[in-house]
Write a protein that binds this ligand. Structure first.
Ligand SMILES: Cc1cc2nc3c(=O)[nH]c(=O)nc-3n(C[C@H](O)[C@H](O)[C@H](O)COP(=O)(O)OP(=O)(O)OC[C@H]3O[C@@H](n4cnc5c(N)ncnc54)[C@H](O)[C@@H]3O)c2cc1C
Length: 496
C-alpha cells in the first residue's frame, strides 16, 4: 500500500506552461520532482498567441522543437495592429529585430489544450512524476519554511508530499500566493475580456495570415487570433465601465462590441460562432492585471500567473510564466547542487523576473494611450529597454520577448548537434573499422551525442558569455549551460 506521505526534492503545483517548464528543467538535473495538476488534460485555457522567446528559447531547451513542428500550429510571423492615430493597419515582423536570427523569427498561435498537454507529457517523459486530477489544498510550513503540501488525489484521498522546494505555478485562480505576500492589482489596467471562437473568419493575405490582429475601437480593443485555417479566437478587451453591457447577456454584448469595430465586423462577416465543445461558450475574465508584492519566501516560489500578469495585448503571459520557470529552476538548482546562498539566488530570480514584467508594464501603459502614431510607440520601446537598436527593432525585440533573453543565450544551434551526430554516426559504419559490434553501442552513442552537444553548446555560449554583466551590483549571471547561477567574476575567469 502507498504511504500517505511521500518525499521529493521539489513539488510543483499546477501543470500549465509555467509548472511543466519548471518541473522539466529540474528533472533534467536529476531531481525528484512531483507535479500536481488539479484538472484532467487536455483542458481549456486562454492565452493562445505565443512569442518567439518561448518557442525558440524555452521549448528548445525542453526538447520540444520537433514536437511543436509536427503539431501543425499556425505560424505567427508578427502582429498587425489598427491602433493609434494611423487609420490604416500597420504590421511588425519578428524578422526585423536585430536580436532574432532568421530561423527563429516566428512563433505559433496555439490551442492551449494541445500546447499545454505537449508540455505536460514532456515533463512526464523527462522523469517528472505527473499526477493529474490531484488538487493541492494547503502548503505546510516548518519554522517559517515551506516544507510540503497537502493534496487530494484522484480518488479523493487526503495525502501529503514533503519537499525541499515548492514551486507554485497554479495560475491566477488559486490562493497559494497569499502564503508569500499580497496581490497588488494594477490601478491602470482595469479591463475585462469577453471572448469566444468563430469558424470561417477571414484571413489577411500571406505573409500576415498567421499574425495576431489587434484592433482598437471606441470601448477598447479586439484580439483576432487564427488558430487553424478556419478557427479564430476573438476577444474584446474593454474598460470596466462597459461591464454594464454584460447584463444584456454575453451574446448580445459581444454582438454590440463587434458591431462597433469595423475591422472585426468585416473579418467576421461570413463567420459563425462555435457553440459546442470546449470552444462553445463566450467566456469572461477580469482582474487579471496584478503583481504579488513578493515572489518567494524560504521554500516556496511563485511563477507565472500565480506571481503576476499584465494585459494580453502583447501576448506576454506564457513568455513570463516560462521565463520565470527557468529563473526559478536555476535558483533551486544553484542552492541544491552548488550550495549557493538561497537569498542571493532568489533575489536574482526576483530581480530578473520583475525587470521583464516591468518592461512590458511600462511599455503597455504608453501603448494604451491611443493618441499616437506607431513611430512614437517604437521610440517608447527603445526608451523602456534603454536599447541601442533602432526604435522599430527595439519595439520588436520587446514584443518578441527576447529583449532580456538575449543575455540568457538560450538559442542552442541545432546544426551543431546534427554535425556531432553525423561524426559519431560514422562509428556505426561496419566498414569504418569500429572496435564495437554493430548495434551494440546505441545507448553509449546517444549519451555521448547528448554530452558532446552540451559541451559544444557550452563552448559556443561560454565565449560570448564573457562580456555578460550582472544586472545589479553584486548580482549573479547564468552559467554557460543556463541551468545555474554563477559569480560574474568566476564566469569571466572560467572563459579565459
Ligand atoms: C484575456 C486573456 C488573454 C490572454 N492572452 C494571452 C496570449 O495571447 N498569449 C499569452 O502568452 N498569454 C495570454 N494570456 C495569459 C495566459 O493565459 C497566462 O499568462 C498563462 O496561462 C499562465 O500560465 P501558468 O502556467 O502560470 O498558469 P495556467 O496556465 O493558469 O496553469 C495553472 C494550472 O494550475 C492548475 N491548478 C490550479 N490550482 C491548483 C491546485 N490547487 N492544485 C493543483 N493544480 C492547480 C490549473 O488547473 C492549471 O492547469 C491571456 C490572459 C488573459 C486573461
Amino acid at each position: 500500500m502507498q504511504s500517505n506521505t511521500e518525499n521529493f526534492d521539489v513539488v510543483v503545483i499546477g501543470g500549465g506552461p509555467g509548472g511543466s517548464t519548471a518541473a522539466t528543467l529540474l528533472a533534467m538535473q536529476n531531481y525528484r520532482v512531483l507535479l500536481l495538476e488539479r484538472d484532467k488534460f487536455p483542458r481549456y485555457q486562454i492565452g493562445e498567441s505565443l512569442l518567439p522567446s518561448t518557442i525558440h528559447g524555452i521549448c528548445k531547451i525542453l526538447g520540444l522543437s520537433e514536437e511543436l513542428k509536427k503539431a501543425g500550429f499556425v505560424r505567427k510571423l508578427g502582429g498587425t495592429f489598427r491602433w493609434g492615430t494611423n487609420p490604416e493597419p500597420w504590421t511588425f515582423a519578428f524578422s526585423t529585430a536585430s536580436t532574432i536570427s532568421e530561423s527563429s523569427s516566428y512563433a505559433y498561435q496555439v490551442e492551449r489544450s494541445k500546447f499545454d498537454t505537449l508540455l505536460l507529457m514532456n515533463a512526464a517523459n523527462n522523469g517528472v512524476d505527473v499526477r493529474e486530477q490531484h488538487s493541492v489544498k494547503e502548503v505546510q510550513f516548518d519554522n517559517g519554511r515551506a516544507c510540503g503540501v497537502e493534496f487530494v488525489d484522484a480518488d479523493g484521498n487526503a495525502r501529503q508530499a514533503n519537499a525541499k522546494y515548492i514551486v507554485d505555478a497554479s495560475g491566477n485562480q488559486s490562493q497559494v500566493y497569499k502564503k508569500v505576500g499580497e496581490r497588488v492589482y494594477s490601478k491602470f489596467f482595469q479591463n475585462l475580456a469577453l471572448f469566444g471562437y468563430y469558424e470561417n473568419g477571414e484571413r489577411f493575405p500571406p505573409p500576415r495570415d498567421g499574425n495576431i490582429f489587434c484592433a482598437a475601437f471606441n470601448e477598447g480593443w479586439f484580439w483576432y487570433i487564427p488558430l487553424s485555417a478556419t478557427l479564430t479566437s476573438v476577444g474584446a478587451v474593454v474598460a470596466k465601465e462597459y461591464a454594464e453591457r454584460l447584463k444584456l447577456g454575453h451574446e448580445e454584448a459581444m454582438s454590440q462590441f463587434i458591431a462597433s469595430c469595423p475591422e472585426i465586423s468585416r473579418l467576421l462577416s461570413k463567420a459563425h460562432r462555435v457553440t459546442e465543445g470546449i470552444y462553445g461558450q463566450l467566456r469572461i475574465r477580469k482582474d487579471y492585471s496584478y503583481t504579488n508584492d513578493r515572489f518567494w519566501i524560504p521554500g516556496l516560489v511563485l511563477i507565472g500567473d500565480a506571481a503576476c500578469f499584465i494585459d494580453p495585448v502583447f501576448s506576454s503571459g506564457v513568455h513570463l510564466a516560462t521565463y520565470a520557470a527557468l529563473l526559478a529552476a536555476r535558483s533551486i538548482n544553484s542552492v541544491l547542487a552548488d550550495g549557493m546562498d538561497e537569498n542571493r539566488c532568489f533575489e536574482e530570480f526576483e530581480k530578473r523576473y520583475r525587470r521583464e514584467f516591468r518592461n512590458f508594464y511600462e511599455f503597455l501603459s504608453a501603448f494604451y494611450d491611443m493618441h499616437h502614431h506607431e513611430d512614437s510607440y517604437f521610440w517608447k520601446a527603445r526608451k523602456v529597454l534603454n536599447s541601442q537598436e533602432t526604435a522599430q527593432q527595439a519595439f520588436v525585440s520587446l514584443v518578441a520577448g527576447v529583449s532580456n533573453l538575449q543575455d540568457e543565450h538560450l538559442f542552442v544551434e541545432p546544426a551543431r548537434i546534427e554535425k556531432i551526430k553525423q561524426e559519431l554516426g560514422k562509428l556505426d559504419d561496419p566498414n569504418a573499422g569500429s572496435p564495437y559490434q554493430f548495434g551494440e553501442k546505441k545507448a553509449f552513442l546517444d549519451a555521448l551525442v547528448e554530452e558532446a552537444a552540451q559541451i559544444q553548446t557550452q563552448a559556443s555560449v561560454g565565449s560570448r558569455r564573457a562580456s555578460e554583466e550582472p544586472i545589479f551590483e553584486g548580482g549573479l549571471i547564468p552559467s554557460a549551460d543556463g541551468f545555474r547561477w554563477r559569480e560574474a567574476t568566476a564566469s569571466l575567469a572560467a572563459t579565459k
